[in-house]
Design a protein around this ligand. Structure first.
Ligand code: RTP
Ligand code: MG
Length: 139
């Protein structure tokens, strides 16, 4: 069975620090299949649109600036129970609260520069995957 899907970004801090390979390795080791992958950089407008749900939050400006500050990897991942299992794998938003061995505990610098994104619902996983990948790029 193919399982279901989530969407992730390896964020600018983790790419800049050279952690992308180790993070991808941990994702694959955890049983996720990469069904789409690209190396790209968000423009200011892209980041504003992607994070529009957070536009009233106090950290929105900082988040948009940070997410457009350098290259990222964006990917669609497949696994049974993908959304929830991936959130467990990456750990809490604040790396100081992230469980031992999670991606954020291992690689994140701070609550803002926290290494990786994971969709929070099946619906958002589909919206976010479609934001980055055309129909031809996801199978
Ligand atoms: P993500 O969407 O990136 O997977 O993270 P999340 O669900 O764990 O956290 P969310 O509440 O959706 O926040 C999105 C991203 O905004 C940044 N943030 N900064 N400075 C702050 O207090 C703060 N709070 C959140 C983080 O980069 C977070 O991942
Ligand atoms: Mg979120």
């Amino acid at each position: 069975m193919a399982g279901n899907r989530t969407f992730t970004m390896i964020k600018p801090d983790a790419v800049g620090n050279g952690h992308a390979g180790k993070i991808l390795d941990q994702i694959l080791e955890a049983g996720f299949r990469v069904v789409a992958l690209k190396y790209t950089q968000l423009t200011d407008a892209d980041a504003k649109a992607f994070y529009a749900v957070h536009k009233e939050r106090p950290f929105y400006g900082e988040l948009v600036e940070y997410m457009s500050s350098g290259p990222i990897y964006a990917a669609i991942l497949e696994k049974d129970n993908a959304v929830a299992d991936f959130r467990t794998l990456i750990g809490a938003t604040n790396p100081a609260e992230a469980a031992e061995g999670t991606i954020r505990q291992r690689f994140a610098e701070s609550i803002a520069a926290n290494a990786i994104h994971g969709s929070d619902s099946d619906e958002n996983a589909a919206i976010e995957g479609n934001f980055f990948f055309s129909e031809r790029e996801r199978h």
